[in-house]
Design a protein around this ligand. Structure first.
Ligand SMILES: Nc1ncnc2c1ncn2[C@@H]1O[C@H](COP(=O)(O)OP(=O)(O)OP(=O)(O)O)[C@@H](O)[C@H]1O
Ligand SMILES: [Mg+2]
Length: 342
């Protein structure tokens, strides 16, 4: 199985084959993502029965959980995805563990629980922090004994599943705040994976954007293939609080609503342009000590001009006035710097 996730996305391939879904691929060449793919192979094939995934919203926790399942010898058995925040508290126990006939009002028949239905496979406990204290205690017992009791039953049932728990809250903080059991936390975090936010993945933003352009072009019949350099700059500086999901949604919206083959600044929501402009520039590439003088000055000039043009919605005369230049001088600078003429 070592090749499973590698086969899905071989290292070194910059632009994945267009497909109609991204769900099977973990795209990225940033060192943190390369390491993550290796970890998925290794942990996937290991005997680890509990894995904890941490990452901000939209960083790919659900995707990584599915890849871990696919990389394991449990792949032919079910992958059961349970969102602990979506099932109301009183229902959760019978949903997870099942119940016997007559065990409570409305229990008209025997019902198999989600955990039992995953026997031999993987249970993905998404938003595990949202379990209340009672369910946290029951989960701990289940993790320790691999046994559970259906609601209303006196007998215990054995189950063979791998548990993958995910959270976008720092669980240790929740433990300190008394909202999460410390013994459950230590039990869960034996094997843990951290998914970095998109803003820390360097050029992976562009790989992901291009891959999603390919998907949307296929699905929606659009023809968007490129990102304008000014859009690249905004993408680099914007914080992406919704991470990969936010990027995918933005690309999809543009493919649905805009014409042309290049994503332009005017296609982006004002809010994103504004927030990107207000953000600090991304850190210089490691090891280089920053770009040389001429390159740095040119970057600064491009930034100033790009910001003025963005503020003035691409109107050359207005941008020139804002910068204290003549229209002719601004046009000359734009050409000299190799920027796109509005
Ligand atoms: N590295 C990646 N390569 C390709 N697609 C990715 C990558 N990371 C995330 N995605 C895609 O981004 C979207 C969001 O990912 P996912 O639902 O797994 O995030 P999440 O961390 O579970 O979010 P939430 O915390 O909101 O549940 C999905 O469409 C997923 O396929
Ligand atoms: Mg998720």
């Amino acid at each position: 199985m070592a090749q499973e996730s590698t086969r899905l996305y071989p290292p070194g391939v910059k632009r994945p084959e267009p497909s109609t879904t991204l769900s099977a691929t973990l795209i990225g060449e940033h060192p943190s993502i390369v390491r993550l793919r290796q970890l998925i192979d290794r942990v996937g094939q290991s005997k680890a029965r509990t894995v904890l995934i941490y990452g901000e919203t939209g960083t790919g926790k659900g995707l990584v959980a599915r890849l871990l399942h696919q990389a394991s010898n449990r792949a032919p058995a079910p992958f059961v995805d349970i969102n602990c925040a979506a099932i109301p508290g009183p229902l959760l126990e019978s949903e997870l563990f099942g119940h016997e006939k007559g065990s409570f009002t409305g229990a008209v028949g025997h019902k198999q629980g989600l955990i039992e239905s995953a026997d031999g496979g993987t249970v993905f406990l998404d938003e595990v922090r949202e379990l209340d204290m009672v369910m946290q205690a029951k989960l701990l017992t289940l993790l320790d004994t691999r046994r559970f009791r259906r609601v209303g039953s006196v007998r215990t049932t054995d189950v063979d599943v791998r548990f993958i728990a995910a959270t976008n809250k720092i669980l240790l903080g929740e433990v300190k705040a008394g909202a999460f059991r410390d013994d459950l936390y230590y039990r869960l975090q034996v094997v843990s994976m951290n998914l970095p936010p998109l803003r820390e993945r360097g050029d992976d933003i562009f790989m992901l954007a291009h891959a999603h352009l390919d998907v949307c072009n296929k699905v929606h019949g659009s023809r968007m293939r490129q990102l304008d350099p000014e859009v690249e700059e905004v993408f680099r500086r914007y914080a992406w609080p919704g991470n990969v999901r936010e990027l995918e949604n933005l690309i999809e919206r543009i493919c649905l609503l805009e014409d042309g083959e290049q994503v332009m600044l005017k296609h982006l929501p004002d809010r994103i342009i504004r927030e990107a402009r207000n953000a600090r520039p991304p850190p210089a590439a490691p090891g280089g000590g920053g770009p040389p003088y001429h390159e740095a000055t040119a970057q600064f000039q491009k930034q100033l001009i790009g910001d003025a043009l963005a503020d003035c919605r691409g109107n050359l005369g207005d941008a020139a006035a804002r910068l204290g230049l003549t229209r002719h001088a601004l046009r000359h600078q734009i050409q000299k710097l190799g920027m796109n003429t509005p």
